[in-house]
Design a protein around this ligand. Structure first.
Ligand code: 5AD
Ligand code: SF4
Length: 471
């Protein structure tokens, strides 16, 4: 653990010199682009990669024709893998027309040997491969990629794991007014379907003072909303000597001047404590949104998934949250087609969805991930049957989400304006404390503002609203 090391700074200086030379050759500032797949963790890693690229002298753009292109990959489901290979095929033409172009692939997929072998065999034009554990070596890799002796070779730097948490890497934030903040890395839960513990390693918590300092710096830089990130934030601090657990960390972050909204993701139901619920209830600037992955409503399937709770405990928790935090919105993740799942198991899941009243649910068809325990379960489900269960669930999820959303019709809330609406430029898109999106008349000058809105027209799981007054 520690701050950005001397070696990292030195490597960045060397990378800068390489980029200066490239700039002279090209007669313009070289461009770089990071394409991100997957979750908030990856999005935050990409901000670090962009920060390093920018510090080295690249202009950051959003284009697969950039002089330095990175794919930051996800492997949580098979379709995430396929998306990468499709994109790589297309980049080979761009590389032929720009002999100076460098292509790197990093992230979760690269922690699996099979994917690295496939790239070596079928996509030999990739210049650099690295993984999730050594983002902080990227300055050195950037330097090495431009060394003459490496030209035309594929550089590969993959680590099995690390205890190191490197602080203070340069970061280029995607948004001026909001930011993710990693509080921990990795996961120890080993849900039987999940690849994450294998590609992101064991759980490691950052020190509270590092986290609080980062949030203070962000606040001083104009950030008003932070999202505390971890695969399982409720086990923050376990196995460390830092002496504080997640509820206290959350409370301390919420007390930092200038922070108007604190969000967090993801909560594992087995570790969610009453202390945490009380902290949320007691602080208006803690988001009223709790993402609580259910995965299944069948006790038999939950046990085989190694989730550590049953349907009764989950429902009890969901109802306790709604009781204590009256304006709370629950969202969830559900997997259908897990090995051995029957239509009756799907019925049980649908029943929990109806009882818990989710504002939204992300539904996935089970995807077999090589190396996970469930991949070797013998009773894999027929894809047509899984599809049928999925469609049945989706219908109920949509109905429930619409009903939960409609309950708020006519109420007021405070929206943080995030963007101009992509489809209707006369509207802006804001997010309420409970994570609900509301679109209302406005313009780009309002981005980053907190605006009071009335929720007038529910549309599925979002609202069209009206502005009341600026706060
Ligand atoms: N198949 C399908 N969905 C999965 N998820 C994780 N692993 C798999 C898998 N093998 C889902 C879980 C998790 C979300 C991020 O992705 O629902 O909560
Ligand atoms: Fe995120 Fe998991 Fe995908 Fe990695 S594999 S990007 S941790 S969702």
């Amino acid at each position: 653990m520690g701050s950005i090391g001397f070696d990292t700074k030195e490597a960045l200086d060397r990378a800068k010199k390489r980029v200066d030379r490239l700039s002279e050759t090209l007669g313009r500032t070289p461009t770089a682009s990071v394409v991100t797949f997957g979750c908030q963790m990856n999005a935050r890693d990409s901000e670090k990669l962009e920060g390093i690229l920018e510090s080295a002298g690249f202009e950051i753009i959003e284009s697969e024709d950039a002089d330095f292109l990175i794919f930051n990959t996800c492997t949580v489901r098979e379709n995430a893998d396929n998306r990468l290979f499709g994109r790589l095929g297309r980049v080979s033409a761009a590389k032929r027309s720009n002999p100076w172009m460098k292509l790197a692939v990093c992230g979760c997929m690269m922690q699996e040997n099979v994917n690295v072998e496939r790239i070596k065999k079928s996509y030999p034009f990739v210049d650099l491969i690295f993984g999730t554990h050594n983002i902080f070596t990227f300055p050195a890799l950037l330097d090495a990629v431009y060394a003459d002796e490496n030209s035309g070779h594929m550089l590969i730097d993959l680590w099995d794991g690390t205890d190191r948490i490197v602080e203070d890497l340069p970061i280029r934030r995607k948004y001026a007014f909001k930011s993710g903040v990693n509080i921990m890395f990795g996961c120890n839960n080993f849900c039987s379907y999940c690849i994450v513990p294998y590609v992101r390693g064991r759980e490691r918590s950052r020190r509270p003072e590092e986290i609080l300092d980062e949030v203070k710096r962000l606040a001083a830089d104009g950030v008003s909303e932070v999202m505390l990130l971890g695969q399982n934030v409720n086990s923050y601090g376990k196995g460390t000597d830092c002496g504080i657990a997640f509820p206290e960390l959350l409370e301390r972050v919420s007390g930092i001047d200038g922070i108007r909204r604190v969000r967090f993701m993801t909560s594992h139901p087995k570790d969610m404590s009453d202390d945490l619920i009380e902290v949320i209830a007691a602080h208006d600037n803690i988001s009223r949104h709790i993402h609580l992955p259910l995965q299944s409503g069948s006790d038999r399937i939950l046990a085989r998934m190694n989730r550590g709770y049953d349907r009764e405990r989950y429902l009890d928790l969901a109802l306790r949250i709604k009781d204590r935090v009256r304006d709370a919105a629950l969202t969830t993740d559900i997997i259908i087609g897990f090995p051995g799942e029957t239509a009756e198991d799907v019925d049980l899941t649908i029943d929990v969805v109806k009882q818990a009243g989710f504002q939204n649910a992300f539904t996935f068809i089970y995807s077999k991930r090589t190396g996970t325990p469930a991949a070797s379960f013998e009773d894999q489900v027929d894809p047509a049957l899984a599809r049928e269960g999925f469609d049945r669930l989706l219908k109920v999820v949509q109905e429930t989400a619409a009903a939960e959303t409609a309950k708020l019709a006519g109420t007021e809330g405070e929206a943080l304006v995030e963007s101009v609406n992509a489809d209707d430029k006369a509207l802006v898109t804001g997010r309420l404390s409970n994570n609900m999106l509301v679109h209302f008349p406005g313009d780009a000058s309002m981005i980053g503002d907190y605006v009071r809105v009335r929720l007038t027209d529910p549309h599925g799981f979002y609202y069209i609203g009206k502005r009341i007054e600026n706060t």
